[in-house]
Design a binder for this molecule. Structure first.
Ligand code: SF4
Length: 226
């Protein structure tokens, strides 16, 4: 029976993107080879934070827990969840009538059947064209005032027509120039570009579930904060 390495499984709400505010059951898997310097889930891959013994859970158990949670959707995330074969998990969720959402950087082939794919590209491992075509929405992490133009040059021709969220990288969430670059871009271009944020963090929503793990600092670096 297929099982997955589990970092945390919890019920909260989706804090980002088109489905923001909806009740959601999160399945956060261990492992990511991308290693972004400001990653907000470094506990899934950084050697200082990953435990020696990683617990596993079967697809059946995860699907049962998701279905009984009362959430509107199951969100498979990480780490980078697509380094795992997600077929058994998505089959189990589908059998139980759960909407299946994926959060991915898009750099690896997607194995599994999803209703909604949020693709957040990373410079450290650029997305595959096949995944750019599959995505339902994009989340661009805006690290500094030049980030938006860099991303548009890199993948702008492949994302037209679907929502593109511009999220300040979390350690830059109070950086005036970075925030103003997002505001200015949306005011100038509008269309499918939208200013984004990680609203659940303002609410401390995830922390209310006792199964949520203590977060690692951004990128595993204490100087960047949480
Ligand atoms: S932000 Fe995503 S892709 Fe980057 S290191 Fe973290 S989990 Fe991996």
């Amino acid at each position: 029976m297929k099982s997955y390495p589990i970092h945390e499984v919890f019920h909260s709400w989706q804090g980002e993107g088109v489905h923001m505010g909806k009740s959601a059951f999160f399945i956060r898997l261990f492992g990511c080879p991308v290693k972004c310097p400001w990653c907000d889930s470094a506990g899934t891959w950084h050697p200082d934070y990953v435990p020696e013994d990683i617990g596993k859970e079967t697809a059946t158990s995860l699907a049962d827990r998701a279905a009984s949670s009362g959430a509107q959707m199951a969100i498979v995330t990480g780490g980078e969840p697509t380094i795992h074969d997600l077929t058994a998990l998505t089959e189990g969720l589908k059998e139980r009538g759960m909407a299946r959402h994926l959060e991915t950087c898009g750099a690896f082939p997607i194995k599994g059947d999803f209703d909604w794919i949020t693709l957040s590209p990373k410079w450290e491992a650029m997305p595959l064209d096949e995944n750019l075509a599959l995505a339902d929405e994009f989340k661009l992490i805006i690290e500094n005032p030049d980030s938006i133009e860099k991303w548009i040059r890199a993948i702008g021709g492949k994302i037209d027509g679907r929502p593109v969220w511009l999220h300040p990288e979390w350690s830059m969430r109070d950086d005036k120039a970075t925030l103003e670059s997002i505001t200015g871009f949306v005011k100038k271009h509008g269309g499918f570009f939208r200013a984004g944020y990680q609203l659940h963090k303002l609410y401390h929503a995830d922390e209310l579930d006792p199964d949520v793990q203590k977060p690692a600092p951004l990128g595993g670096k204490p100087e960047l904060g949480y």
